[in-house]
Design a protein around this ligand. Structure first.
Ligand SMILES: NC(=O)c1ccc[n+]([C@@H]2O[C@H](COP(=O)([O-])OP(=O)(O)OC[C@H]3O[C@@H](n4cnc5c(N)ncnc54)[C@H](O)[C@@H]3O)[C@@H](O)[C@H]2O)c1
Length: 385
C-alpha cells in the first residue's frame, strides 16, 4: 500500500504521524511511504532520517494526497486537506467528530474511510491510541495550571505545593481516567492537596491503590462538585464518554462558587469541553477569563512537546497502521475487532453510534456502509456504546 504523511497545519501543531522507525517497519512489510518534505522538522526529525529508512520525499501535500491510498495524520484535517481526500481513500488520525458536525459533513462528502485514533479499542475496551496523548495532556494540565495560577498571568497567586507554614493549593481533578490520573500524579509530586472525582467506583478503587492514599478520591455528583468548587484553586476537567460529546461537569452559574483567579483546565475540550464556559484555545493564546475564572482550553496540548508526543503516539499507532496496510480495513477489523469502533465515517456515512448522536446524523453500521459481510466483523460495540 502507498502510505502518505503530510506536515500538520493546525495551529501550533508540531507532531508528525510517523517516525523513521515506522517508515522502516512499513517498508519491511512491503509498503511505500511518501512524506511531505519538512514534515518531521517540528519533531526534530530531518528529511534525511526518513529517506535513510526508505521514505520517498514529496514536495507538496497535494501530491501526497493524490498518490497515497492511506493518509496517516495526527490532528483532524483542516478544510483544505479534507478537500483533497477522495472516495475509498483511508484516513487514520485523531478526529474528535462528536462536537464537530462541519468536519463530519466534510469527511462524509469525501467518500473516504476515516478511522479515528481516539475510538479504537483494545480487548478490555480501553483506548490504546488515545492513552499516550492523554498521559502527556494530563501531565501538561497540572504544569500549565500551576503556571496560570501565578498572579502576573491572571491567576490567584498561589503556589501549588505551598511552603512550611503555608497551606498547599487544592487541585480538583474531574475524571480519573488516563488524563486525570497523570494530572493527579504531577499535582501530588508538586505537593498540592489533590482530590480526584469520578463516576466509576471501580476506577476510584484503582486510584486509591495507585496513589497509596496520597490523594482523596470522591464519587462525582453535582453536590460533591459544588462543595469542592469554593475550595479549589485548580480544576482539571478530564471526563470522557467514548466517542461522545463531553458532558458539562461545571455549568456557568457554578463559576460563582469559585474564588476569583482560580484556574480551570479543560482537557476534554477536544470532545467539546466539559465546562459550559469552555471554548477551544491555542498554545499561542491558551487562556481566557469568564466571571473572574481563568480558562485554559488548548485542544492539542501534546502538540507543545512534539519530541515526546510524536514518539509516544507513533509507538501506539504503528502496529495498527501496519495491520491496516497489510490487510485492508475489512481484513484488519476481522483480525482485531477493536478497530471496528475506530471507523467513524465510511462511504459517506457516520459509522460510530456516539458520533452520529453527537452530530445529529444517522448511524449506519460500518459493514453496511462498506458493503462487507457482517460475520467478518464480529464486534458490535460501536452500536451499543
Ligand atoms: N486537549 C488535549 O490536548 C487532549 C489530549 C489527550 C486527551 N484529551 C481528552 O481528555 C479527555 C479524557 O481522556 P482520557 O484518556 O483520560 O479518558 P478516560 O476514558 O481514560 O477517562 C475518562 C474518565 O472520565 C470518567 N467520567 C465520565 N463521565 C464522568 C462524569 N460525568 N463525571 C466524572 N467522571 C466522569 C470516566 O469514568 C473515566 O474514568 C478526552 O476527552 C480526551 O479526548 C485531550
Amino acid at each position: 500500500m502507498k502510505i502518505g504523511v503530510v506536515a500538520e497545519i493546525k495551529s501550533d501543531e508540531y507532531r508528525v504521524a510517523v517516525t523513521p522507525a515506522g517508515v522502516r517497519e512499513l517498508s519491511e512489510h512491503g509498503h511505500e511511504v511518501l512524506i511531505e518534505a519538512g514534515a518531521g522538522e517540528g519533531s526534530a526529525i530531518a528529511d534525511a532520517d526518513f529517506e535513510a529508512q526508505g521514505a520517498r520525499l514529496v514536495d507538496a501535500p497535494a501530491a501526497v494526497f493524490e498518490q497515497a491510498e492511506m493518509i496517516l495524520h495526527v490532528k483532524e484535517l483542516q478544510a483544505a486537506e479534507i478537500a483533497m481526500l477522495r472516495p475509498g481513500q483511508l484516513l487514520f488520525t485523531y478526529l474528535h467528530l462528536a462536537p464537530d458536525p462541519e468536519q463530519t459533513s466534510g469527511l462524509c462528502g469525501s467518500g473516504a474511510t476515516c478511522i479515528a485514533y481516539e475510538t479504537v479499542e483494545d480487548a478490555r475496551g480501553r483506548l490504546p491510541l488515545l492513552a499516550p496523548m492523554s498521559e502527556i495532556a494530563g501531565k501538561i494540565a497540572t504544569q500549565a495550571g500551576a503556571f496560570m495560577l501565578e498572579k502576573p498571568l491572571g491567576g490567584r497567586g498561589i503556589l501549588l505545593g505551598g511552603v512550611p507554614g503555608v497551606a498547599a493549593a487544592n487541585v480538583m481533578v474531574i475524571g480519573g481516567g488516563v488524563v486525570g490520573m497523570n494530572a493527579a500524579f504531577i499535582a501530588i509530586g508538586m505537593e498540592a492537596d489533590v482530590f480526584v472525582f469520578d463516576r466509576s467506583i471501580d476506577r476510584l478503587r484503582e486510584l486509591e491503590v495507585a496513589f497509596g492514599g496520597r490523594c482523596s478520591t470522591v464519587y462525582s455528583t453535582t453536590l460533591a462538585v459544588e462543595e469542592m468548587l469554593p475550595r479549589a484553586d485548580l480544576v482539571i476537567g478530564a471526563v470522557l464518554v467514548h466517542g461522545a460529546r463531553a458532558p458539562y461537569v461545571i455549568k456557568r452559574e457554578q463559576l460563582a462558587l469559585m474564588r476569583p483567579g482560580a484556574v480551570l483546565v479543560d482537557v476534554a475540550i477536544d470532545q467539546g469541553g466539559c465546562f459550559e464556559t469552555s471554548r477551544p484555545t491555542t498554545h499561542h493564546e491558551p487562556t481566557f477569563e469568564v466571571d473572574g475564572i481563568i480558562h485554559y482550553c488548548v485542544a492539542n496540548m501534546p502538540g507543545a512537546v512534539p519530541i515526546t508526543s510524536t514518539h509516544a503516539l507513533t509507538n501506539a499507532t504503528l502496529p495498527y497502521a501496519i495491520a491496516i496496510a497489510d490487510r485492508g480495513i475489512a481484513g484488519a477489523i476481522e483480525h482485531d475487532p477493536g478497530l471496528r469502533p475506530g471507523v467513524n465515517v465510511a462511504a459517506g456515512k457516520v459509522t460510530h453510534a456516539a458520533v452520529a448522536e453527537g452530530v445529529g446524523m444517522d448511524y449506519v453500521p460500518v459493514e453496511e456502509a462498506l458493503g462487507l459481510d457482517r460475520s467478518e466483523t464480529a464486534n458490535t460495540k460501536a452500536e451499543v456504546s
